[in-house]
Design a protein around this ligand. Sequence first.
Ligand code: CP
Length: 317
Amino acid sequence: MINQDGKLALQHLVTMETLSNEEVMALVENAQEYKKTNPSAQSLKEEFVANMFFESSTRTHKSFEVAERRLGYKVVDFDASTSSVNKGETLYDTVLTMSAIGIDVCVIRHPQDSYYEELIASPTIKSSIVNGGDGSGQHPSQCLLDLMTIYEEFGHFDGLKIAIAGDLSHSRVAKSNMIMLKRLGAELYFIAPDEWHTDEFDEYGKHVQLDDVIEELDVLMLLRVQHERHHGSEEFSEAKYNKEFGLTHERYDRLKDTAIIMHPAPVNRGVEIDDDLVESPKSRIVEQMTNGVYVRMAILDAIMNYRNQQKLDEENK
Ligand code: CP
């Protein structure tokens, strides 16, 4: 929702499809503004933000923390391994506790798909929920930083040929990105072994071989092979995967001069992409990580705009 002051205001951010194109572009443009002005850390604000990561993370967790500190919010870290989760407390009761003690925003990563549904439906939980990744569901802040990186490069999405390659079925990045990129006018290709490509991708783009499209691509978005989600599947050959689906030097040279390579990271170097190509001229992998801070500042802004409006409305009742 764009509020009376023309600012984007969001109660929660849990999936991409709940955002309009206008809201997505408002977030991307606000993130670009933060990148351009690079404001120094702001004076301490009264709101508390808790980062609750029930799955491992470096980029999402730490760039949310940098964004929160740069905006001046009070950061509350939460370590699931020393929390009452160990005594059997549910996610619902953990977030209910956070809300009761005055946490304004909970940034949550959790292995359960759509974990956020019961949280945002609760009339008792007052905290805003920002999804830092749900199982194999969605990863909205990663999607927004990916959109920012593409928009910075091309200035539009319309007609761009974008391939998403790799562990599609386990990838929350692929699922968030395919929804938004198609809606913003990109032409999508999916590249994956048959067992990682499911029918849900057919609605968004074509299942192709990398070698059949590589010369045409504007963006090659590689995905991490998520070994931790491959319970009981066949033995995986890194060399075979790299040969068939990876970005090798030979394929790098076939990309257009203007094409860019993306990867949400962490990268399995030598598997999804040859080691030294991670920091090659066509790679935007490091830029994606940098953009993550600015996008997360923009997300927090939008959430706090909503909460501040709510406070004003309460006061004026
Ligand atoms: N891209 C991403 O989500 O990385 P982390 O798992 O390190 O947060």
